[in-house]
Design a protein around this ligand. Structure first.
Ligand code: ARG
Length: 263
């Protein structure tokens, strides 16, 4: 037990500290069609303004606007809690090179202290130097953990692939804990109270390296986007029997609010 999770987390760390390729399912390229690693397919380009609360973080992760001055991301994307002016947050543009993008520096990081002891509960907050005046996205209530979700990011469009200039998106179905932890899948590695799986058991559509920290979302009954997950880990990307594993945001709504109040 723990093999896939460990491999995924090592990849995540390598990405954070060496800033190499990270990423989301996108259109297959000639190169991806030619190699024999499983392609992360099924993604398409997001439209400008479609997901106004998503942000890109300079260490190669995603995040979301929890408030105009606080970003929600993954614990494995940040180096620890405390003063931190080294992260650049890019918002307001699906094209990371857009001349109209907004960039703001971090001031402080709150890494969920329970991440290291539980190996799950993969969430963190980043305070930024000035407000980003774009829509924010609220955490989902527990009732939202079903159906299909929208995933997105600037990460790799295939396992081992490079980061993307344009934001990609895809739709994936909820996978229950029993299926996700089955013997031909994660075999007990998923922590049910803290993690939610999503993807196709047949593979083909998934988040990937560099999408970490970004939001998995759905529309609530009133038609408003709510955040159900945070991209956390997986065995490879889009592999058969291995859906993506996301931090189950609804389990941490109060902990996140309490942490945000300290920033
Ligand atoms: N840990 C990865 C990152 O840092 C995210 C992996 C998500 N993997 C997946 N198969 N859904 O970007």
């Amino acid at each position: 037990m723990g093999l896939h999770r460990f491999a995924a987390r090592v990849l995540g760390s390598a990405m954070v500290f060496v800033a190499v390729a990270g990423t989301l399912a996108g259109a297959p390229t000639a190169a991806s069609a030619a190699d024999n690693t499983p392609d992360v397919v099924g993604g398409t380009r997001a439209a400008q303004g479609e997901f106004p609360w998503i942000v890109r973080l300079s260490m190669g992760c995603g995040g979301s606007l929890y408030t105009s001055t606080i970003i929600l991301t993954a614990a494995h994307c940040v180096p620890g809690s405390g003063t931190n002016t080294s992260i650049t947050v890019t918002a307001g543009a699906v094209d990371l090179q857009s001349s109209t993008r907004i960039t703001v520096r971090s001031t402080k990081v709150y890494e969920n202290p329970r991440y290291n002891s539980t190996g799950a509960e993969d969430w963190a907050l980043i305070k930024i130097a000035s407000p980003i005046n774009l829509p924010t996205i609220p955490p989902a209530s527990s009732a939202d953990n079903s159906g299909t979700f929208t995933i997105m990011g600037w990460g790799a469009t295939r396992e081992g692939g490079g980061q993307q200039r344009y934001l990609m998106k895809a739709t994936v179905p909820f996978v229950d804990d029993t299926t996700c932890n089955g013997s031909s899948s994660y075999n007990g590695e998923v922590v049910p109270y803290a993690e939610i799986c999503a993807g196709y058991m047949a593979g083909g559509v998934d988040t990937c390296q560099g999408d970490s920290g970004g939001p998995m979302v759905k529309k609530n009954s009133a038609g408003a986007w709510v955040q159900v997950g945070i991209v956390s880990w997986g065995y490879g990307c889009a592999r058969r029997n291995y859906p993506g594993v996301y931090t189950e945001v609804s389990a941490f709504t109060s902990a996140i609010a309490a942490a945000a109040a300290t920033l």
